[in-house]
Design a protein around this ligand. Structure first.
Ligand code: BGP
Length: 477
């Protein structure tokens, strides 16, 4: 297959990591507004209410709320065909259960989308990127409660109607998939997904299973609704997945690796195959968990199938095995691969993994796939000349794009877009740091939120511009 001339080159950002302005224009408090900055290897601290003297990076982000025109102009200068943004639910329904939406929040996103369209950039809109009004957690228990699905659909409907005819590509959820009752859960992952700390949960396994089910169901209902409101809508969901290798060819280890790679695919199965997978229901039963699949849920799975899949890819890992004492991989658990390098934050760099996943997923579902996130978090240095030579980032992206191209041109995977995380430096989701930088554009701010907020082009800026201009043909530094 040839690379389409309409291939969507661009980048991805998320509201809580870039907007700032956390209490402007009647925005409500969102779950990430209560999480502090972490440090290398140390998790972010999660608070139950705002406390004086604590630094909450979502409160300032990179002030995209007031800089979006300038930032979009820079993306346009790079030739972006697409930008994935997220809509912060707590700007639209500050408490989540409000009857009427907040018009000021709506206006902001209308202007943002108009600005993208004016610059010929296709907006790709995520409806839930770790951004839930905290009130829904406190009052209803978050996704453990089916009422929250109704509030989510109310929010989705508002956005589908508001942006009808302007937005075609929707993402129902970003990475709902890191909370499985069978694997080691962490506070930060359950919190960013559902606003709940793992260690605080009663009946942990059942709660995780219920959340996983309810969010999957919510996605299917949103897909159905999106199609009802506009049949031009292309409905997708984004998963953060990684290939897991066996430590050796002992069949037990090979099997473990398969099961760990496949861990989160039950949700994708549910969203693509028209029913919640029986193997998962049976697995839950065996470990004493119960999921109530009602007749109306069954219809939702049947009628809410995805049009495309979004894939976030950063790293791969090695399956844990009996007696393993290898170095833990820093991302979704598992072990580090001794054949591969890691980033400064311990994420294993494995370009071939992206080809593996593209093939695996495409052959399983036959749906078009967009790479919705891929990138390298690194420390950048401004030289005295003012230049920022981020060759390491160019190398990472180049090696991954090469594998994406092979997937399309040699393996015939229908991959229709590649979005980097993130085209501009912003707050890290897992650490809250500003110094974990991903962008082509440097933002002059430090981990304390201090700095001029000035935007500077890194070396990778011109590189990516050329990649886009040549539709991926010229990847040379
Ligand atoms: C993905 C999230 C993004 C982003 C990215 C990088 O899982 O969807 O929001 O943050 O990971 O992670 P981090 O910011 O922790 O380096």
């Amino acid at each position: 297959m040839k690379m389409s001339k309409n291939f969507l080159w661009g980048g991805s950002i998320a509201a809580h990591q870039c907007e700032g302005a956390y209490d402007e224009d009647d925005k409500g408090l969102g779950i990430m507004d209560l999480v502090s900055v972490g440090d290398y290897g140390k998790p972010r601290k999660i608070y139950s209410k705002l406390e004086d003297g604590v630094l909450y990076p979502s409160h300032y982000g990179i002030d995209f709320y007031h800089h979006y025109k300038e930032d979009i102009a820079l993306f346009a200068e790079m030739g972006f065909k697409a930008l994935r943004i997220s809509i912060d639910w707590s700007r639209i329904y500050p408490n989540g259960d409000d009857i009427e939406p907040n018009q000021k929040g709506i206006k902001f996103y209308q202007q943002l989308i108009d600005e993208l369209l004016k610059n010929n950039i296709e907006p790709i809109v995520t409806l839930y990127h770790f951004e839930m009004p905290i009130n829904l957690v406190k009052k209803y228990g978050s996704w453990t409660n089916r009422k929250v699905i109704d509030y989510y659909l109310r929010f989705c409907k508002t956005m589908f109607v508001t942006l009808k005819g302007k937005v075609k590509y929707w993402v129902t959820f970003n990475e709902m998939n890191h909370i499985d009752p069978q694997t080691k859960a962490t506070d930060i992952f359950t919190y960013i997904i559902a606003g709940l700390k793992y260690t605080d949960l009663d009946n942990k396994k059942q709660t995780l299973a219920t959340i996983g089910y309810n969010m999957t169901l919510a996605s299917c209902l949103a897909v159905r609704l999106g199609h009802e409101i506009d049949d031009n809508n292309q409905m997708g969901c984004v998963f953060g997945i990684e290939p897991v290798s066996p430590v050796n060819c002992d069949p037990q280890n090979v099997f473990k690796a398969f099961m760990q790679t496949d861990r989160d695919f039950y949700q994708i199965d549910a969203m693509c195959n028209g029913e919640f997978p029986k193997y998962k229901i049976e697995e839950y039963k065996r470990i004493g968990l119960n999921i109530d699949v009602t007749d109306s849920d069954k219809n939702a799975f049947k009628e809410g199938k995805l049009d495309y899949l979004g894939m976030n890819y950063y790293a791969s890992s090695v399956a844990e095995y009996e007696g393993s004492n290898g170095k833990e991989s820093a991302l979704f658990g598992g072990l580090q691969n001794p054949y591969l390098e890691t980033s400064k934050w311990g994420w294993t760099i494995d370009p071939v993994g992206i080809r593996y996943l593209l093939n695996y997923t495409y052959r399983k579902y036959g749906l078009p796939i967009m790479i919705t996130e891929n990138g390298l978090g690194a420390k950048d240095k401004i030289l005295e000349s003012g230049e920022i030579n981020d060759d390491y980032r160019i190398d990472y992206l180049k090696e991954h794009i090469e594998e994406v191209k092979k997937s399309i041109e040699l393996d015939d995977v229908d991959c229709f877009g590649y979005l980097t995380w993130a085209p501009i430096d912003l707050i890290s989701a897992t650490t809250g740091q500003m110094s974990k930088r991903y962008g082509f554009i440097y933002v002059d701010m430090d981990d304390n939120g201090d700095g001029s907020k000035k935007r500077l082009k890194k070396k990778s800026f011109d590189w990516y511009k050329r990649v886009i201009a040549t539709n991926g043909k010229n990847l040379d530094i």
